[in-house]
Design a protein around this ligand. Structure first.
Ligand code: SF4
Length: 120
């Protein structure tokens, strides 16, 4: 079954409106992109959307109750729920430096979760 999608490329401020035609899960055509990055983005977004995950993890021994965390790379959107379950179960103890690795393999994605702030 043929399906059409309109996406806004988020790779640069131009925000090109990209039109994608899919046959099942296969991308048939991509138009509207000004550069190749827009085509790559559109194909990825249709086949397996990826997102950087930002959240917080409980911390003890600091003035705040949580510390901000971020994935080092984008992870599949379909893994977000599993990743959040893992993050909710985590707890760290102060002091913690920015860039501390909390897991090497968040939700089986092979992507590291790191702290994005130092807390003493
Ligand atoms: S297609 Fe290229 S020029 Fe257009 S928004 Fe994406 S990166 Fe920018």
């Amino acid at each position: 079954m043929t399906q059409e999608k309109e996406l806004i490329c988020v790779n640069c401020p131009m925000g090109c409106r990209v039109h994608v035609v899919l046959e099942g899960k296969e991308v048939i055509s991509v138009t509207g992109n000004t550069c190749p990055r827009g085509k790559e983005y559109a194909i990825q977004e249709c086949i397996q959307p990826m997102r950087i995950l930002t959240s917080t993890v409980r911390i003890t021994g600091a003035s705040a109750r949580v510390i901000p965390v971020i994935t080092e790379q984008a992870i599949p959107l379909e893994k977000m729920s599993e990743a959040m379950q893992e993050i909710r179960a985590m707890e760290v103890h102060a002091p913690v430096r920015i860039g501390t690795v909390l897991t090497e393999n968040l939700a089986g994605t092979g992507v590291r979760l790191i702290t994005s702030r130092t807390m003493s």
